[in-house]
Design a protein around this ligand. Sequence first.
Ligand SMILES: NC(=O)c1ccc[n+]([C@@H]2O[C@H](COP(=O)([O-])OP(=O)(O)OC[C@H]3O[C@@H](n4cnc5c(N)ncnc54)[C@H](OP(=O)(O)O)[C@@H]3O)[C@@H](O)[C@H]2O)c1
Length: 271
Amino acid sequence: MDLGLKGSHAFVAGASSGLGLAVARELALEGCRVTVCSRDAARIGAAVERLRSLDSVAHADVQGVVCDVTDEDAIREAVARSVEAYGPMHVLVTNAGGPPTGQVDDFSGPDWEAAIRLNLLGTIHLVRHALPHLRAAAAGQDGFGRVIMISSISAKQPIATLYLSNVARAGVQGFAKSLSEELGPTGITVNTVLPGYTRTDRLRHLSDSLHERTGRSVEDIEAGWAAGSALKRIGTESEFAAAVAFLASRRASYITGTALPIDGGAIKSLL
Ligand SMILES: NC(=O)c1ccc[n+]([C@@H]2O[C@H](COP(=O)([O-])OP(=O)(O)OC[C@H]3O[C@@H](n4cnc5c(N)ncnc54)[C@H](OP(=O)(O)O)[C@@H]3O)[C@@H](O)[C@H]2O)c1
């Protein structure tokens, strides 16, 4: 299937490693011109080099910018640099790291505010600053626009030790659904993707922190996560990225307002 992405402009946030980098890789392989961002110049530089080393990817078609998505000014600047390099923006993928684990008494006021800034406001501000450029891409001849927000299965099925994530992701869902309604007439689709347990640095961080909290071995914790999915295994970054690339594509033109779990069947609800 030709996803029709060749020559399109994609911006992927939180993309020096993990799910964001895997998505950027998939989009670059589909022929997108991609801007990736993260907080760390060395890490985003290394990610850009990895993407540029892909056989079919031209050097000029990937750039990295340093941007902490909790800093609105940095977002404004990063989006401007992306548009300067690649023109109207067809695809925006919002992403960042995940918040710490804990129970309700473990978190201070500033902890809650930091999580909301990272996972909810970061998403909102990325969209706000990209929106004029997404509208421009959608309005062009043969144009299209896609917003994809990387969230978590905790948006549909809260996870016991992930209070901060559970709360922030619920807000992302409210924002995404509202936005999908407003942008529908422009042809810009808006969807969230909900990773289940997927092999990245973040997953290792989660299992280490549960190990410290409970004394269970990391292997036992991860086996429990795998057993909780219908497919009985942890997912891979490339499985996640393939689904996101489809949603980003021209072929996904009648899908909007959805929250797509990419979780091997970990969520147990009917819908
Ligand atoms: N992996 C899973 O199993 C899983 C499951 C459910 C939900 N999720 C969620 O999916 C998202 C991505 O997960 P992941 O596993 O890929 O995480 P990861 O391996 O920790 O990668 C996070 C990426 O985001 C960047 N980042 C972190 N904070 C940032 C900030 N403030 N501004 C800009 N970039 C930032 C990091 O780069 P720098 O350090 O270079 O800034 C890194 O590139 C997270 O929100 C996570 O909670 C993951």
